[in-house]
Design a protein around this ligand. Structure first.
Ligand SMILES: Cc1cc2nc3c(=O)[nH]c(=O)nc-3n(C[C@H](O)[C@H](O)[C@H](O)COP(=O)(O)OP(=O)(O)OC[C@H]3O[C@@H](n4cnc5c(N)ncnc54)[C@H](O)[C@@H]3O)c2cc1C
Length: 402
């Protein structure tokens, strides 16, 4: 049995902690916030992704498909709200047809049950949708990720683990073992100096900074991309039954604004993707000079911006104009107008970006002696969190002496 300190009470950290606690390790979780799931995990679309979009063989593809199953099973076992309602990806003009076919091919390669449907069949699922062709995916659904985190935290505590909130990691270092003295990790936090046999960091928006403070040299930086949402008014909510997505723009790394009926019954519209001016920048007025300077000093951001000028400008336009946001949604469901949209809380994606401007596409985990750092866990990491946890525990074991 080892004592493992886990940083981060988002879904990835809690899933790791629950897995370690279940096999008998002594686990302490710390999080700087005073509640669970305060950042990405508590501010996302609540979708259980099917594994449709990701390159075959990638961690995202394999872990999303397996994660869709394990997450739904875990939710049902714990009594957390979940609804595997399926989704439609709709092409609204001829230019999107090759992209839709590419997704259909990817579904086959990734073993995701999806089929091309006619516009009439699409309207049987979603009577108000506009489509010239569509893809129906049955294994997509929605879940209450905050509820999943509470269940994972209960599992940790039931197995004897501790969850300490309001405690921020400042730095850590591995002290190698010597004859008669096993190695350990010394961790400095805002509350205490702690020691553990091993450290796992699932720090989301701060993952790269924490890694550097623990002696690693990550190859990528976290750049924060805010995703803004509206909610449909209750009257307009009837325009959407389940999940309606556009064919993603291949020039742009995110999925495009979509419509999602959450497990609580509200229809969410979004998210867009704009550069956030702080790592926890949930509105345009949240500005952190340090975070902004860090983003702007990273050459990768300028290279990414140069390559994405047109879609990037369109995203900012959509952020500043509710009419523009509504027009994007009306491409999918023509009945939606700006008057149907009520602002809803935003989320910020922790996206790792390389120096050359390439987005780190897959999940990224880096290890050093007795330490594991999750350096990129963007969507669909909530879906895949139970699978990511299994992977992290394997990687952790590989850093410990036999
Ligand atoms: C807008 C948006 C929509 C998304 N939609 C979906 C979706 O529908 N489906 C899906 O599968 N995924 C989705 N995702 C992705 C998903 O939310 C994330 O991949 C997942 O939540 C990552 O979990 P995490 O635990 O790694 O990070 P987080 O939830 O961000 O947790 C990190 C934790 O670390 C803590 N922390 C940070 N620094 C420190 C420190 N120094 N000391 C102590 N604690 C610290 C933070 O307080 C936080 O609690 C979406 C993300 C966003 C932003």
């Amino acid at each position: 049995m080892s004592h493992v300190l886990v940083v981060g009470a988002g879904i990835v950290g809690l899933a790791v902690a629950a897995r370690l606690a279940a096999r008998g390790d002594e686990v302490t979780v710390i999080d700087k916030e005073d509640g669970l799931a305060r950042h990405q995990t508590g501010r996302n679309s609540g979708v259980i992704h099917s594994g449709l979009y990701y390159p075959p063989g990638s961690l995202k593809a394999t872990m999303a498909a397996a994660g869709a199953r394990s997450m739904a099973e875990y939710a049902r076992a714990k009594g957390v709200a979940v609804d595997i309602c399926g989704k439609l990806v709709v092409a609204t003009d001829e230019a999107e047809l090759p992209g839709l076919q590419k997704l259909a091919d990817r579904a086959v390669a990734n073993g995701v049950p999806a089929r091309r449907v006619t516009p009439a069949e699409a309207r049987e699922h979603e009577p108000h949708v506009r489509a010239i062709a569509a893809l129906r995916v049955e294994t997509t659904g929605t879940v209450d990720y905050a509820g999943i985190c509470r269940a994972l935290a209960d599992d940790v505590e039931a197995a004897g683990g501790r969850i300490l909130l309001g405690e921020e990691i400042v730095a850590a270092r591995t002290v190698p073992g010597s004859p008669g003295a096993p190695g350990r990790v010394e961790v400095r936090t805002t509350r205490a100096d702690r020691e553990a046999d091993a450290l796992v960091v699932c720090g989301g928006l701060h993952a790269d900074r924490i890694a550097r403070a623990c002696g690693l040299d990550p190859e990528a930086r976290i750049v924060p991309f805010r995703g803004e949402y509206f909610e449909l008014t209750p009257e307009a909510g009837d325009l959407v039954r389940g999940l309606i997505y556009p064919v993603p723009d291949p020039r742009f790394p995110f999925l495009g604004v979509h419509l999602t009926r959450g497990v609580e019954g509200h229809v969410h519209a979004g998210p867009n993707a704009v550069l956030a001016l702080a790592r926890e920048g949930y509105t345009w007025t949240d500005v952190s000079p340090r975070d902004l300077a860090d983003s702007l000093a990273w050459p990768g951001l300028w290279r990414l911006a140069a390559r994405n000028l047109v879609p990037g400008a369109a995203e900012v336009g959509r952020s500043l104009s509710k009419q523009a946001f509504a027009r994007s949604l009306a491409r999918l469901v023509p009945g939606i107008t700006a008057a149907d949209l009520v602002p809803a809380p935003a989320g910020v994606r922790a996206q790792a970006l390389r120096r050359d401007g390439g987005l780190v596409d897959d999940f990224l985990v880096q290890t050093t002696d007795r330490q594991v750092h999750v350096l990129n866990a963007p969507s669909p990491a909530a879906t895949a969190s139970l699978e990511i946890a299994a992977h992290i525990v394997e990687r952790l074991d590989a850093t410990l002496p036999a």
